[in-house]
Design a protein around this ligand. Structure first.
Ligand SMILES: Nc1ncnc2c1ncn2[C@@H]1O[C@H](COP(=O)(O)OP(=O)(O)OP(=O)(O)O)[C@@H](O)[C@H]1O
Ligand SMILES: [Mg+2]
Length: 329
């Protein structure tokens, strides 16, 4: 029987510091998610060994006693935080599920990822970067309304109703908030009105594109100015619809783009690509998540149900992709 190590960051381990925003621990997992994943791996016929976060991994590195690691660790700060566990595992010569350190750093930094998309001809909203409110310059290529996001965060950190800005005064205020609170540059993008989708992919040589999931907010699919905020994740105002009720034409566009994005940043085993589709029907890639949430509240559970498999089987599929890739199956 093979042993699968599990690396993760727990919300309960995070110690809030003075000045931390409320969403400081948003990327980390709930202990129940770790238990659910652990049970799901065991249900696929593996022994599971919980390792913990990067510091715990460092302590145990000489004697891990695992065949492969299932990594969902988010790391603490900075654009390389998700790369910390993978680089340690790479040093230890231990195979792991999911993207490597380079891909994780590249995609957590949304601006670096957008540069790849642009080089590959993948549509992404027009953008600029700004380091502080004082440094704001003219941005004629980007038209209001705009959205202001932290350059390297996930889980909708830093996003609230004020993130969508309609004029220079609002923009300046939001850039000031993001750069000071999250201590990183702000990514300012053209705001895409319309609809929102996310597409998951599993596998490597012949990746399987999962059914498109659509985001519904306040009971509406036509989102216009509504978007995903940190507050909405935890409210019942947000729903996922799977499969999305869209034309074959749009589905094909999203599927093709999702796969191109997955390959452009060399994702492995699994990933999830987020899109907005403008009212003109044009899709824009917002980002790719090579380490998407596997919480049962999130989209992977829904997708599993939709394709007629259990959550455990979905995790088995992801793990199996990594085992095959490493010649361990
Ligand atoms: N250019 C945009 N136009 C319209 N809405 C946007 C845009 N960029 C981001 N959003 C909204 O903000 C949400 C979060 O943005 P994004 O996916 O870039 O960040 P994230 O925090 O990494 O996401 P996740 O919650 O998937 O980890 C999107 O799901 C979308 O609702
Ligand atoms: Mg996203």
């Amino acid at each position: 029987m093979k042993t699968v190590g599990l690396t993760y960051d727990l919300k309960t381990d995070y110690k809030f510091k003075d000045g931390d925003p409320l969403d400081a621990n948003a990327e980390f997992d709930h202990p129940t998610t770790v238990d659910v994943i652990s049970k799901a791996i065991a249900a696929n016929g593996f022994k599971v060994k919980k390792i913990g976060n990067a510091v715990n991994l460092l302590e145990k590195m000489d004697n891990l006693g695992v065949d492969i690691v299932f990594n969902i660790s988010e790391g603490l700060t900075g654009r390389n935080r998700e790369s910390q566990v993978p680089i340690l595992l790479e040093m230890a010569g231990v195979p792991f599920v999911g993207a490597d350190a380079l891909t994780l750093g590249l995609t957590l930094d949304k601006i670096m990822a957008k540069k790849i998309f642009i080089a590959e001809g993948i549509p992404t909203p027009k953008f600029f970067e700004v380091n502080s409110a004082e440094a704001l310059a003219s941005h004629d290529h980007c038209k209001f309304p705009l959205i202001v996001k932290p350059r390297f965060e996930g889980s909708s950190k830093g996003l609230s109703e004020s993130s969508r800005v309609a004029n220079t005064r609002e923009l300046k205020k939001q850039v000031d908030f993001i750069t000071k609170t999250y201590k990183q540059p702000a990514l300012v993008e053209e705001f895409i009105s319309g609809q929102e989708f996310t597409v998951a992919i599993v596998g490597n040589k012949c990746p399987e594109i999962m059914p498109v999931v659509q985001i519904k907010i306040d009971g509406k699919l036509k989102l216009n100015n509504k978007f995903y905020t940190f507050a909405r994740i935890t409210s019942d105002r947000l729903e996922y619809v799977c499969p999305a009720k869209i034309t074959q034409e749009l589905k094909k566009k999203l599927d093709d783009l999702a796969l191109r994005v997955y390959r452009s940043v060399e994702c492995r085993d699994f990933g999830r690509v987020d899109f907005r589709v403008g009212n003109d029907g044009k899709p824009y890639v917002l980002e790719i998540n090579p380490l998407p949430s596997l919480s049962t509240e999130d989209v992977f559970m829904l997708i599993a149900n939709n394709i007629g498999i259990t959550y455990e089987q979905m995790l088995g599929k992801i793990l199996n992709s990594a085992l095959i890739r490493n010649g361990l199956n």
